[in-house]
Design a protein around this ligand. Sequence first.
Ligand code: GDP
Ligand code: MG
Length: 297
Amino acid sequence: LMGFVGFANLPNQVHRKSVRKGFQFTAMVVGESGLGKSTLINTLFNTTLYPPKETLPPSAERPSTVAIESISADIEESGVRLRLTVVDTPGFGDFVNNDECWRPIVENIEARFDSYLEQENRVNRQKIMDNRIHACLYFIQPTGHALKPIDVEVMRQLHTRVNLIPIIAKADTLTDEEVAEFKARILADIAHHNIHIFQAPTYENEDDEAIAEAEEIASKIPFAVVGSDKEVTTPDGRKVRGRAYPWGVVEVDNEDHCDFVKLRQMLVRTYMEELREYTNTVLYENWRTEKLLSMGV
Ligand code: GDP
Ligand code: MG
């Protein structure tokens, strides 16, 4: 077996901050069609979840995602249960009219808020299912230039409703230098357009190691990721998850090659609790207030 650390092998630190009972964490992937969203989900879960490869003709590519669908896995770590869900969305560009391509996504996020509110209003609030989106991975095409108008538009529609985490898709198609320049440009564009992305908080009373880890992760945003659910062999004979090129292999789990490991670490370890907290106390509360005001309550 390969030495990947999938969601199924979460390090113990996940539960560092909270979590006595079972809880839910839900991430969503958003972005243009063909940027590797479905592939990254499979990479995160460390398995080919859909479609079953056998049913595809040998040459077939992964079919494009046509509906919002979610994949869940129950994880148990040190006696703590975690239900992890990733919501896959159809990419923009799959529709004739992309003007309001963000609408079904926003509706989905808000429907989850609605469901939570409805549960909170019940007499018996013992068993609330938290299906709210705690993190939204926004995939940016690796053009090496700048954010596209559609990215700006979609992120602006989403940033008040969800923790946005920008990601450079298919980073294996850029050189290290191009990635570094593109990251700086993306951050500048995001600031210029007043888009709010998830800010990783740091705590003064944390130990040095935790602060160093947090700063390291923050420095990688927007994460440059490579997804692959295939095993390839490196020139020195190691079997790894990655993508093979005539000039070599780009390894998914190698931090010198891409930021996949850091992204996963942020989601399931370092900032899972902060992502849940911000969703609950800021994003959900703002939505709730707006909704009540609009109803004249
Ligand atoms: P989606 O439409 O965003 O869900 O994209 P898919 O996951 O269906 O992937 C679209 C195509 O891009 C497939 O042929 C994948 O094999 C390929 N792909 C996925 N991730 C990567 C990546 O990190 N790098 C490269 N070069 N190709 C990728
Ligand atoms: Mg897809």
